[in-house]
Design a binder for this molecule. Structure first.
Ligand SMILES: Nc1ncnc2c1ncn2[C@@H]1O[C@H](COP(=O)(O)OP(=O)(O)O)[C@@H](O)[C@H]1O
Ligand SMILES: [Mg+2]
Length: 238
């Protein structure tokens, strides 16, 4: 059996140290908080392929919108077709492929209803996870319980809210990986400085420095709201 990081190598890429560590980890619960363009989708595409090759079953790729999960699926397909001597693809479309060994890899939109139709997934990968609804996360968890399945959420931050933020900050049992743009050898520091000028400091911190900055939609900063709350006062109506 090929080690998971070798799947990426055989597909023609030398994994970064963190990519290798994530791929070869046997953790069943992983959170990847990574800069844009750091290579998180590529890593998870290789992970999906390894799963489908060596532990045949269902692999689900989920993202807030179908367009995003099909983008991840495209990467899975790229990795798969770059590998020599793999099982035949017996059926495929822009959103799914089925292998001769019985594995299925399916890209879904991040709507709770669609997910409920699938059970017994071996691996669930959620891209752009900070932007996926809490209801979806709740729907995915029981699905994994029966198969001891693996769950990987990858994303840039999106404000101090939602299950990804909560799990990253307070959750137990997660393997966490944080990779800023400075940690990625393929992101040129000069290009990054220019990008910072273009998009502004707030967005730069979110997209490239992996900071959970407050969202641009909220009127009050999270710290202010937090400071205004008090647990000693009983609610007027229960
Ligand atoms: N270890 C690597 N070696 C070479 N290229 C890589 C590596 N990891 C990722 N890439 C390339 O970097 C680009 C960004 O990767 P991607 O996985 O889409 O990043 P992200 O999902 O973090 O935005 C892609 O063109 C991908 O092929
Ligand atoms: Mg990506």
């Amino acid at each position: 059996m090929l080690e998971p990081a070798s799947v990426m190598r055989d597909a023609g890429m030398q994994p970064d140290a963190w990519q290798e560590a994530v791929l070869n980890s046997d953790s069943r619960r992983m959170l990847l908080l990574c800069s844009r363009q750091s290579g998180k989708s590529t890593t998870c595409a290789s992970l999906a392929v390894h799963q489908a090759l060596y532990d045949p079953g269902l692999v689900l790729l989920i993202a807030p919108a179908q367009r995003q999960s099909s983008e991840l699926f495209r990467k899975v397909r790229e990795v798969y077709t770059a590998l020599p001597d793999v099982p035949r693809i017996v059926q495929e479309s822009a959103l799914r492929m089925e292998l001769a060994n019985g594995s299925r890899i399916i890209a879904l939109p991040g709507t709770e209803g669609t997910i409920r139709g699938y059970s017994g997934a071996r691996t669930v990968i959620i891209d752009e996870a900070s932007r996926v609804d809490d209801a979806l996360f709740a729907a995915v968890r029981p699905m994994l319980a029966t198969t001891q399945g693996r769950f990987v959420a990858l994303t840039t931050p999106y404000g101090k809210r939602g299950w990804f933020y909560e799990s990253w900050e307070h959750g137990e049992g997660w393997r966490r990986t944080k990779i800023t743009a400075h940690d990625c050898p393929r992101i040129d520091p000069e290009w990054l400085a220019e990008e910072r000028r273009l998009i502004g400091d707030w967005q730069y911190r979110q997209e490239y420095m992996c900071e959970f900055v407050d969202t641009d939609e909220q009127f009050f900063a999270s710290d202010l709201i937090e400071a205004a709350l008090c647990h000693e006062v009983a609610p007027l109506w229960s």
